[in-house]
Write a protein that binds this ligand. Structure first.
Ligand code: C5J
Length: 222
């Protein structure tokens, strides 16, 4: 299969490719969650849900592997470095009681993936203590066992967990493509810069494409 992408076409085989949705969790996306307590306009992030839902539905219909991640720490915070918890001067820190339960703690209501994109049986769900999806998760081994060489990315936020995960993937030998309308940042300029950085210098980190290009590739193959 082939996606019309930037800076040039992206070729992949369905059986060797996974769709990865990064941190589409309630606390980052829903009004009244942690993201909003930090002063962010979460409506920017909510706006990508319809396109992401459509891409996920098409990918599931084609039979592709799906990976969901959550930025999540253990309840005892043993996997949260003090530097991460104490950085800055937020009104709420990781592990504190927030509007949707303890902030970035696994199992709490705010840590769940939003209903519109909820994982289904057979999909991989990774709780990651870092920004990148490979740090302390075992995901690389899981993907290798399944013969995955190509990764399609969506999720939030573009310049933090999505970009970190794509760069980690690039260093591990995966060909990655970011779905442009399935990712968002609280800072639109950061999203634009990230898309440019990824595809610069002949796809130095990977490719980008609108989700319509993925849907067209799947339609053509069907
Ligand atoms: C952040 C993320 N922004 N998922 N997390 O802290 O990008």
């Amino acid at each position: 299969m082939r996606i019309e992408a930037n800076p040039f076409a992206y070729a992949f085989e369905l059986k060797h490719t996974a769709l990865v949705l990064i941190d589409m969790q309630r606390d980052f996306i829903e009004p009244g969650g942690f993201g909003e307590t930090l002063g962010n306009d979460v409506s920017l992030l909510e706006a990508i849900v319809p396109a992401t839902k459509a891409a996920l539905a098409a990918w599931r219909k084609a039979g592709g592997l799906v990976v969901h991640t959550r930025e999540a720490h253990k309840a005892d915070l043993s996997d949260c470095p003090p530097a991460k918890r104490h950085r800055g001067n937020p009104s709420l820190r990781i592990g504190d009681e927030g509007p949707m339960g303890r902030i970035l703690v696994a199992g709490e209501p705010g840590n769940q993936i939003i209903d519109a994109l909820a994982p289904v049986e057979g999909e991989i769900v990774i709780d990651k203590p870092g920004k990148g999806m490979f740090y302390a998760t075992g995901l690389h081994e899981l993907l290798q066992q399944r013969g995955i060489t190509h990764l399609l990315f969506g999720g939030v936020t573009t310049e933090v967990c999505v970009q970190t995960s794509m760069r980690e993937a690039n260093d591990r030998g995966y060909d990655g493509l970011l779905l442009e309308d399935c990712t968002e940042s609280y800072f639109p300029a950061f999203k634009a810069a990230t898309l440019d950085m990824i595809r610069a210098q002949g796809a130095i980190v990977g490719w980008t494409a609108p989700s319509a290009a993925l849907l067209a590739a799947l339609d053509n193959a069907a």
